[in-house]
Design a protein around this ligand. Structure first.
Ligand code: AR6
Length: 231
């Protein structure tokens, strides 16, 4: 019985993987490599425990405003799993707005392997950073610093030492970095979002008036930095 259970779990896992691949290849067909593309994770909604419903509203408003004002750029919200709730919320809210959906969409994949595994070329990726701009700490921050190697740590240090909530800093990825060589990523933009986790610095203690304001500032700062790179 046990063996059967394990076996059916494996089958389910394989089916999940197949579905994810199918979804990724659908996106591949719609990808337009002539547009400068920013891939970004949902800032603050995992380790920093920001409410997903509220975050999805901020993301959709900030992203649709941005693509309506700027030509020749694309924004892609990325998360690791097909079951990601933030991706579903954003997709549902975005569908209710009228804008060019080829210029803002969601994508399932690892943000450090979008080109090699997902077939999606993104010149710029965003990082949900910590205030010290240090590697580690789990989540997307650890993934990006690991994938980029030490070159990104040095390049980051040259641009900034710390970051305040709501701010971002754009760092050119050295051409020696695997992230540049294998994925074609030329810049990482570190973003510090609002924190609702009492175990982390600067916790906003559930103050969502301030939280939503700081999250919007964080996305505005990220998109402005991206627009400068895209010019
Ligand atoms: N690719 C794409 N999305 C990812 C990946 C990945 N490799 N890894 C995680 N996500 P989080 P935060 C998604 O916790 O809430 C760190 O320790 C994840 O599912 O990385 O802003 C830093 O050092 C979620 O949707 O960022 C900070 O101290 C999103 O990325 C703190 O966590 C953000 O999750 C920042 O916390």
């Amino acid at each position: 019985l046990e063996a059967g259970g394990a076996c059916s779990m494996q089958v389910e896992k394989k089916l999940d993987n197949l579905k994810e691949k199918e979804e990724q290849s659908k996106e591949r067909v719609s990808s337009d490599t002539s547009l400068c593309t920013l891939a970004f994770p949902s800032i603050s909604t995992a380790d920093f425990q920001f409410d997903l419903e509220k975050a999805s509203e901020v993301i959709v408003d900030a992203a649709t405003d941005f693509v309506q004002k700027h030509d020749n750029v694309r924004l892609v919200l990325v998360d690791l799993s097909q079951k990601s709730r933030i991706l579903s919320l954003v997709k549902d809210k975005a569908a209710k707005k009228s804008f060019d959906s080829s210029r803002f969409f969601t994508f399932v994949g690892d943000i450090t392997q979008l080109h090699s595994k997902g077939g999606l070329q993104c010149n710029v990726i965003a990082n949900a950073a910590n205030w010290r701009l240090k590697p580690g700490g789990g989540g997307v921050n650890a993934a990006i610093f690991n994938a980029a190697g030490e070159a990104l740590q040095h390049a980051t240090k040259e641009c900034a030492d710390t970051l305040r909530p709501g701010n971002s800093v754009a760092v050119p990825v050295p051409s020696t970095s695997p992230l540049h060589q294998q994925e074609g990523v030329t810049h990482v933009i570190h973003v510090l979002g609002p924190n609702m986790n009492p175990m982390r610095p600067d916790c906003l203690k559930n103050d969502y008036t301030k939280g939503c304001k700081v999250l919007r500032e964080a996305y505005n700062s990220l998109f402005e930095n991206f627009a400068t790179i895209a010019q």
